[in-house]
Design a protein around this ligand. Structure first.
Ligand SMILES: [Cu+2]
Length: 446
């Protein structure tokens, strides 16, 4: 062989080898799931997913197939434009700073809000506008572990979230690493048309963005953590489990009093984490039901005893008794009328903002009438968590910290809320058709 031919062959082989290596590196560096997808791995199984300090969220639009229907959807993708049917999972570590570069290639203006995270007001995202073709870099440090999500807050929010502008976000704790299975179960739906005002539809349910989500697997003696997120634009979800589970967290916060149940109800925006421990020698095929969607769980039997709970309840945080007696600092009457869905008779942004002091606890009263336009309104407060202290004047003794809670029709609900960070923090109904029709106002903390 002539020397020139040898050199050319060597160069060609070297280029191929570098190409193959680069391909693998590229996958590992920029797309943790691209490699996994080849084995049809579930991107919402975050058992072994390590927190990262850098993410790219590419907001794209694409066509997705559901049975025989092809539907236009938005997807919160990664730098590789991988199609995550319920958005790219973002996994963070508490106390570690993250940079998220959001690139809008959706074809429409939008924004991104980090639901449930207590982060500086200029990172909240709710009142931003990110034009098509532009981007925004978010830099923040999550302070609390738990299950959260991120989604568009750009009007019409109902359309944007309904068509897929959302994704899950988890701030992992050391205990999370001890579960044999740590699975995100994102509940949403395919809106069968938008009703705007009424904001509730006979929609097709999806779990993890699919009609048939991948099956889960647990062996006897193992412990699973299931993180349910209701990302539906308008609909509440009822999850029926074929076995008893321990409810450990709500809205990302550890409960002081965990409890066991077979049924979970999640209003739009809410999250519930449960712990699953199974035992028995026989294999079983379980189905977790969310309306029409069945989440399969294959149980592999053995002689190992049921796993011991990994959950440590939160320290008691009893409601401040003085607040129960106190006259509310603010009263928000939720109702529907000819103008839309209103707070104190007004639609956003016509209401004056509520001025509050950072670090001070306020009592806020919500009312929602019975009758014609009666609704449970899941109200979400940005930048703070709150306790529901009384319903119809009776103490709830509920120590849970919520960021989204249904203010029930025909009832008066009192909450205690404190803002730790200054800024304009919106409060709104998370039935996004209601929010779009005006049911939003704000606190301004100084
Ligand atoms: Cu509402």
């Amino acid at each position: 062989m002539r020397l020139a031919t040898k050199i050319i062959l060597t160069i060609i082989l070297a280029v191929i080898a570098i190409g193959l290596l680069m391909g693998q590196f590229w996958d590992l560096l920029f797309s943790p799931f691209a490699a996994a997808e080849k084995g049809a791995t579930d991107p919402y199984n975050i058992t072994k997913v390590r927190p990262q300090s850098k993410y790219t969220v590419n907001i794209i639009n694409t066509k997705m197939k559901f049975n025989s229907q092809t539907i236009n959807r938005y997807v919160y993708s990664n730098s590789q434009n991988v199609i995550y049917p319920a958005g790219q999972p973002i996994v963070l570590a508490a106390g570690k700073r993250v940079t998220v570069n959001v690139k809008n290639a959706s074809g429409t203006a939008t924004n991104v809000h980090w639901h449930g995270l207590t982060i500086p007001n200029n990172m909240d995202g709710a009142l931003d506008k990110i034009d098509n073709g532009s981007s925004k870099t978010f830099v923040f440090t999550p302070t609390e572990t738990g299950t959260y999500w991120y989604h568009s807050h750009y009007r019409p929010v109902e359309t944007q979230v309904g068509k897929g502008m959302f994704g899950p976000l988890v701030v992992k704790s050391a205990v999370d690493d001890k579960y044999n299975l740590d699975e995100l179960l994102i509940l949403s739906d395919l809106p069968n048309g938008y009703s705007g005002m009424m904001g509730s539809h006979a929609d097709t349910n999806l779990v993890n963005g699919q009609l048939v989500p991948p099956a889960l697997q647990l062996k006897g003696g193992q412990l699973g953590q299931l993180r349910f997120i209701n990302a539906s634009a308008d609909n509440s979800k009822t999850v029926k489990l074929p076995f008893s589970v321990k409810v450990t967290h709500k809205d990302g916060y550890a409960l002081a009093k965990p409890y066991s149940t077979h049924t979970l109800k999640l209003y739009p925006g809410q999250r519930i984490d449960v712990e699953v421990a199974l035992a028995g020698t026989e294999n079983r095929h379980y189905q977790i039901l969310d309306g029409s969607v069945k989440i399969s769980l294959d149980y592999i039997g053995n002689h190992i005893k049921k796993g011991k709970s990994l959950f440590t309840p939160a320290k008691a945080s009893p409601v401040d008794q003085a607040l129960l007696e106190k006259t509310p600092d603010f009263t928000l009457a939720l109702a529907g009328n000819m103008n839309g869905w209103t707070i104190n008779g007004q639609v956003y942004p016509n209401l004056p903002t509520m001025q509050v002091k950072v670090g001070q606890t306020y009592k806020v009263r919500f009312t929602s009438p019975d009758g014609m336009m009666s609704y449970d309104h899941p109200m979400h407060i940005h930048g703070a968590h709150f306790q529901v202290i009384a319903v119809d004047g009776r103490a709830t003794n509920d120590e849970t910290w919520y960021d989204t809670y249904p203010m029930k029709a025909g009832k008066t609900t009192d909450i205690a809320v404190k803002f730790d960070l200054p800024g304009v923090w919106v409060v709104h109904c998370h039935i996004l058709g209601h929010e779009d029709a005006g049911m939003m106002t704000s606190f301004t903390a100084n």
